[in-house]
Write a protein that binds this ligand. Sequence first.
Ligand SMILES: *Cc1c(COP(=O)(O)O)cnc(C)c1O
Length: 404
Amino acid sequence: MNISFSPPHIDDVIIDEVVAALRSGWITTGPRTKAFEQKLAEYCGIQHVVCVNSASAGLELVLRWFGIGPGDEVIVPAYTYTASAEVVIHCGAKVVMVDVNDDMLIDVEKVRHAITPHTKAIIPVDIVGLPCDYQELFDLVNDTEIRKLFAPNNDKQKKMGRILLLADAAHSLGAYYRGKHTGAVADISVFSFHAVKNLTTAEGGAICINLPESFDSENIKNSMNTFSLHGQSKDAFTKTKAGAWRYDVCSIGYKCNMTDVAAAMGLAELKRYDKLILPRRKAIFDAYNQAFKNNPLFIVPTYETADKISSYHVFTLRVNNITEEQRDAIILDMAEQGVAANVHFIPLPMLTAYKSLGYRIEDYPNAYHQYACEISLPVYFDLSDEQVNEVIRALKAAVAKVCL
Ligand SMILES: *Cc1c(COP(=O)(O)O)cnc(C)c1O
C-alpha cells in the first residue's frame, strides 16, 4: 500500500465548477471571486474579505497597507514556514523571531520581551490549525506600558494606537477561538488556499479584515482589492461593460488578484467544508490520537482546548527523547514501507537564508526541541480508515526498529 502525504481533494463537484467558470466567458477576477469573498466573510462572521493569489501576497499587502518599512520591527515565531517572515523582509523591515511553547504556538511572554519602540506588528501563526493565544496577545498589545512604547509614523498606525495583530492563519480556516472562527479574531488574518492546505484553489489566499470600529473597513477592503490589481480604479470585469472603458491608476499597485477559475474551486469546497471536509479530518486526528495518546513513547498534538478547536491541518506527532537523526531514520523507514511522512517545520533559523541573516537556532531552543522529534502524519479527505491504520502500523514498526 502506497500512502502519499497530502494530495488535493479533486472530484467532479470541483471539476464541474471549474468547467462552468471556464465556459462562462470570464476567467480572471470577476463574479466568482466576489462571491467567494462574500461566502468567506459569512463563514468567518465578518464583513470584509479580500481574495488574492496567495497568503504570502496577502500578508505583504497588509504590511504595506499598514505602512511597515525600513526601521520597523515585526515579531514572528521561529517555528513556521518562511512565508510568515519573508514578507516582512520584502517590506524592508526587520524580523524579530521568538520561540514557541510546547503546543508549537508563539510564546506570548517571549513576545513581550521582544517588543521595542520599533515594533509595528506581530504575526502569530496558527500552526497546523490550532489558534494562537489571542486573548493574551490582545492583552499584551493593549497593555498601557506597551502602548506607550508604540511610535506611530502614519495615520493608520496613529488610529490603531498600538501594535497590529496580523494572524498568519494559512492553516486555520474553520478553527475556532473562544467561539469565533479564525478570521474574526486577530485584527487581520490571512488564509492560504495553496494545494496542500485544507481548502485549496491550487494557489490562493484571503485577507480577513476585523479591525477596530474606528477603521472604515469597507473602504480598506476596496483599496486592498485595488492595490492587488495594479492600483487600477476599475477591475477588468467592470471595464468590459459597454461604455465603461475609462479607468485611472490611483496608486502604484501590485498584481496578486485571485482568478475566477481559482475562486470556482474555493466556492465548491467551502460549501461542503464544515459538513464533509472538517469532520473527515477530525476523524483521522481522533484515530491517530487514540493510537498514540496513552503510549509514553509519543507526544500527541493539542487540537482541542477549552478555548480552541483546531482545523485539523497537520497531525504533528512527536516521539519522546529521540534525536533528529533517529527522527529522520523513522521517516526513511516509513517511506520504505510506502508511507509518506513529513516534518512541520524546519525552524527558520536552521535555513540557509535566515542563518546568513544572523539568526541562530541556539536562541530558540524549544523550536529546535519540537522540530527534532516531530513527525507529521498524513491527513486528508481521501485517506481511508484502512490507510490510517496502515500509517499507524508503519510508524510503530519504524519506531520499534530505530529506537528500541
Ligand atoms: C503555506 C503557508 C503560508 C503561505 O501560503 P501561500 O498561499 O503559499 O503563500 C504562510 N504561512 C504558513 C505557516 C504556511 O504554511
